[in-house]
Design a protein. Structure first.
Length: 249
């Protein structure tokens, strides 16, 4: 349950002063409009990840070439932290990879302040913020079992169940799903129940996790062979966020 009388702490990982100023404007309190209140938190890479009570982090990937690598590093250290990334350039494959890596919201460089705040609010309530066409592609991708993989039971979704799942991923409640699909709300509840059973989830948040974060830590590194690679990767990411970026602008 989100308490609107208690501000939610949201961290910002960036080296851009202008980005920090804009972040303060985005999260400033708006008394009387019923908005969720946020409290911005700034710090270095290590400082933000070391704050155990900080559960939401906006990551500016604009100046970081190893974008996916950076997310894996954060997720290994703080798997409980919900990530919102900004600074993408319309690379659909990268966005899908980031969502599969555990990112809850992906925004490109042209996102305005209102869009970023809305994305943060959606992540706080437990959903994913991404273009719908990519969510559809992501579901298709997750339903495919590689030919060389062991036989593992995987859910077969009907067309209607896939439509319902797509709308769940965009934070639609049952009555809104019913309105959009022009069906009864009780029918939506039946589809949601079957999705929960098929995907082995206990609730709607479980569906979000099942559809967006498959075997994250296993992918990030499940063998001893990759330990050295991860340590080197962590050092590169730390250096990227520890070295001042000089600009003429």
């Amino acid at each position: 349950m989100i308490r609107k009388d208690m501000p939610i702490r949201v961290g910002l990982l960036t080296e851009e002063p202008l980005c920090k100023e804009g972040f303060l404007v985005i999260l400033e309190d708006k008394p009387g409009d019923g908005s969720v209140r946020f409290s911005p938190v700034f710090g270095s890479f290590d400082e933000l990840l070391s704050e155990s009570t900080l559960l939401y982090l906006v990551v500016d990937l604009n100046l970081i070439p190893q974008k996916l690598e950076t997310v894996y590093t954060i997720r290994r250290r703080r798997p409980d932290m919900r990530l919102i990334v900004i600074g993408l350039d319309g690379d659909d494959k990268l966005i899908i990879d980031l969502i599969q890596a555990g990112v809850r919201a992906c925004l490109d460089q042209t996102a305005d302040q209102q869009t970023l705040r809305k994305a943060i609010e959606e992540v706080v309530i437990g959903t994913i913020w991404a273009p719908r066409r990519l969510l559809t592609h992501l579901i298709d991708k997750l339903m495919i079992v590689p030919d060389d993989s062991p036989a593992v039971p995987h859910p077969h979704l009907t067309d209607r169940e896939r439509q319902v799942l797509e709308l769940i991923l965009t934070a639609c409640p049952n009555h809104e799903i019913a309105r959009r699909l022009e069906i009864e709300e009780s029918t939506v509840q039946g589809h949601v129940g079957r999705l929960l059973r098929k995907m082995g989830a206990e609730n709607r948040l479980g569906l979000l996790i099942s559809a967006s974060n498959p075997a994250l830590l296993e992918v990030a590194g499940n063998t001893e062979r990759r330990h050295g690679e991860r340590r080197q990767s962590d050092r590169r990411v730390y250096k990227a966020y520890s070295t001042p970026h000089v600009t003429d602008e």
